[in-house]
Design a protein around this ligand. Sequence first.
Ligand code: NAD
Length: 290
Amino acid sequence: MTTRIDGHTILIGLMAYPIRHSMSPTMHNSAFEKLDLNYAYLAFEITNDELPNAIEAIRTLDMRGSNVSMPNKQKVIPLLDKLDPAAELVGAVNTIVNDNGVLTGYTTDGTGFMKSLEDENLDIRGEKMVLTGAGGAGTAIAIQAALDGVKEISIFNQKDSLWENAQRNVAIINEKTNCKATLFDLSDQDTFKNEIADGLIYCDSTGVGMKPLEDLSLVNDPSWFRKDMIVYDTVYAPRTTKLMKVAETAGVKHVFNGLGMMLEQGAEAFKLWTGEDMPTDYIRDLLFSE
Ligand code: NAD
């Protein structure tokens, strides 16, 4: 690894807190090495308070860019020069590109989600999606799906601090895209069941199914699912969540965890920085095989 770093190596960062657990450094550095690209990707623990100096350092150090994760995805926006239209609608940035000191913010979580379905030869454009969650992941997924031509999105959220964000997402989708979005209270279980029965894809972006909620799922009755639908959990640790087990019991054909989204959001950022396609099959085998 170190042998390929020299005086010309271009730096890319990841600015978040906490971040030491992230798979992104291994993913990007393995891809740089595989393609013989002279870049290095390093994680930096950066809090909101440290963010202005860290973003200025991208310019000072002539870094090619950075990923940004929690708690900095929204706070970074006023520190940038430009925003990609999808990032503007989502209201969050996870990727920064530095073009000669001009910093542009992108969001690749939503495009990564859509690309991960494309990788499985699944097309949800023109179809109905049911989505639980309206936080960082849910917002990016809903807005990108709507921009890409999903016909209808039924969003379910509990009445917590993210409810207002869910209202905002629905308003933006209905105003700015051709998709029809509706918000429902997750406690309305009859409607939740009926909407799932009416959709092609159910996606859970809440993090239920991940520690400390690894024994839980928002859908527990396999009869809510049809065999011909798609069930997608954005959680990737554990690899098989409770929701996925319920879907598998129902005989659902297309059941996914969040690894495909994780891989493809990285690949989208990789392309923005380097202009090259990430060798995703190689990275999938290297990092994501059981
Ligand atoms: P967030 O905190 O921004 O949003 C969480 C959402 O879940 C909110 O809508 C909240 O109302 C809802 N929620 C929380 N607890 C709930 C509960 N007990 N019951 C019902 N709803 C509940 O979080 P986020 O950043 O959007 O992340 C959510 C999940 O998505 C996490 O598991 C994260 O690992 C995953 N994620 C995956 C990828 C990927 O690439 N696969 C990318 C980003 C996030």
